[in-house]
Ligand binder design. Sequence first.
Ligand SMILES: Cc1cc2nc3c(=O)[nH]c(=O)nc-3n(C[C@H](O)[C@H](O)[C@H](O)COP(=O)(O)O)c2cc1C
Length: 175
Amino acid sequence: MEFSELIKVRRSIRKYKAAPSHEELAAILKEAQQAPSWKNLQTARCYVVESPEKIAEVRTQGLPEGNRSKAENAALIVTTYVKDLSGFNAGVAANAVGNGWGAYDLGLHDAYLILAASNAGYDTLIMGIRNGDAIREALGIPDSETVMSVIAIGKRAEEPGIRPRKEPEEVIRYC
Ligand SMILES: Cc1cc2nc3c(=O)[nH]c(=O)nc-3n(C[C@H](O)[C@H](O)[C@H](O)COP(=O)(O)O)c2cc1C
């Protein structure tokens, strides 16, 4: 798909009818790995929730009611980053941003992921409103990682409107 078309097609979808296969997910995640990262450290981690028991656990314990219903019929990917690496030199923060660089790298990774999903004919919803402790417990995520998002991925069962964006003058300054 043309890149500008991909940007238009990609929308947060809150109603799904089918999830991608294991193979389709693996291909999307492989493309997401091409995202740039601090010193190419690649601290982004993905937990693809596949077993029916874990799906049920993440849905009921990890997502509040509002988001749970939006992720029905979709696959779930939990994304985390390994702490104290991106933005650090030999364990010392390179600047005041600290682990913000890990979150930055993960954001880039997840942006690639959702665009790769759109290009493969799937839709996504990034969910930041989630119970990180419950997800950590359910999936055995080590304390060395920060749990960030749950990403629902599947075929859309709704046609969303385009959410408005601010005027460029409000957010961009040419200096
Ligand atoms: C970091 C992040 C967290 C988000 N968390 C949620 C969420 O918990 N629930 C939800 O319905 N949408 C969530 N969204 C989706 C945003 O509301 C959505 O991206 C925004 O309204 C713009 O719409 P669009 O993605 O369709 O362009 C999140 C998006 C991002 C990037």
